[in-house]
Design a protein around this ligand. Structure first.
Ligand code: MRU
Length: 355
């Protein structure tokens, strides 16, 4: 058995100028790979959550930029640059909350600008390199987050996680699941509780599946059961990923995360956010400034059922993320180390040191 999930969610097939995406919306029942060439296909894959999870979205978008530039290699100079900007804006409009999307697109644009005076073939080569770097750096970042997070944990602990912040959501290892994979390899024998994560069931369909694939002890619970498992003493720590951390430490993650954090505080359980530096948005002052994606009501009423499970025409409200207040977060675990409150100071320092 492998130590970590052996499926890659996003892969570049440069020879065929395609992006290969493992369709996460069909897991765990069907293992389907799509081969995409155009920005429209990639946009659609992001919107419909075939590829999801903040880092994986960024990686897909970066590859999308490279493939589109490659397809337009022969455009006139000004048209080539205009097309690049249009594609960037288009992909940026696919989902609003995860900052990695904008971060990855900005990196691709930065690369273009840096090499703008070189030959077109040279530019395309550099864009390919940059997109590959974004992918491979994410793998290294996740591994490092995993090591730092593992230093906070002890063998045999019960861990609760929400949504999917695993291999499927990243290049490899995940963020919140990285310490679990590393711990498994080192005999920590964690007991993992996965919230099902209504309404799109990323916890049930993805986290439970990917952990089960490698033989990790995982128990699936409905979201509203987190309180009882905490009260019964099954949970020693909560580990979650995130889509955007504001400068003051407020953290947007999958809807339901903030409720778990409130419960964890009530029961005195540490609540850890695993965040690559690319997910920390120092330009966003606090959680109120983070745009929360609103998705269709059918995801609540109909999507997973043979028949609609809500009266026809009922009003729905379906925010895809919520913001966990910084004061509920015990620590933010990055690839550079573990960050403690007060976050406005510690996150600022993290960015100053990185520059
Ligand atoms: O809507 P999703 O499935 O893209 O939401 C994903 C999450 O909320 C994850 O926890 C987050 O992106 C971190 S992934 C390492």
């Amino acid at each position: 058995m492998n130590d970590v999930l052996d499926f890659v969610s996003v892969r570049l097939d440069d020879e065929n100028s395609e992006l290969i995406i493992l369709d996460q919306s069909k897991l765990p029942n069907d293992l389907i790979y799509h081969h995409y060439k155009s920005p429209e296909d990639i946009f659609n894959a992001i919107v419909t959550l075939q590829v999801r999870g903040a880092p994986a979205i960024g990686i897909a978008a970066a590859y999308g930029m490279y493939l589109d530039a490659k397809r337009h290699l022969l455009l006139r100079h000004d048209e080539f640059f205009q097309r690049f900007r249009q594609t960037k804006n288009y992909l940026a409009s696919s989902r609003p909350t995860a900052v990695n999307l904008f971060w990855a697109l900005n990196r691709m644009e930065g690369c273009l600008n840096e090499h703008k005076d070189q030959s077109r073939t040279e530019i395309i080569e550099r864009l390919k390199e940059e997109s590959e770097n974004i992918r491979s750096e994410d793998e290294a970042v996740c591994l490092s987050i995993g090591e730092h997070a593992l230093s906070l944990l002890k063998p045999g602990m019960g861990l609760l996680t929400h949504c999917n912040a695993g291999t499927l959501a990243t290049a490899k290892y995940g963020t919140a699941l990285a310490p679990i994979y590393l711990g498994q390899k080192r005999g920590y024998n964690f007991r993992v509780y996965a919230d099902e994560t209504r309404p799109l069931l990323q916890g049930a369909r993805l986290t439970a599946w990917e952990l089960q694939q490698v033989g990790i002890d995982v128990t699936l619970i409905c979201d509203n059961m987190a309180s009882i498992v905490m009260k019964q003493g099954h949970i020693d720590a909560v580990l979650v990923g995130c889509d955007r951390v504001a400068a003051n430490g407020d953290t947007a993650n999958k809807i339901g995360t903030s409720g778990v954090a409130v419960l964890a505080k009530h029961y005195g359980i540490p609540f850890y956010v695993c965040a690559p530096r690319s997910t920390i948005d120092i330009q966003t002052a606090c959680g109120d400034d983070i745009e929360i994606e609103l998705r269709k009501g059918e995801e609540i009423s109909t999507t997973w059922y043979q028949k609609p499970m809500a009266p026809k025409g009922v009003k729905t409200y379906n925010p895809a993320f919520d913001v966990t207040d910084a004061d509920l977060i015990t620590a933010i675990i990055t690839e550079k180390g573990i960050i403690y409150p007060p976050y406005n100071k510690s996150l600022k320092k993290l960015f100053e040191e990185g520059e």
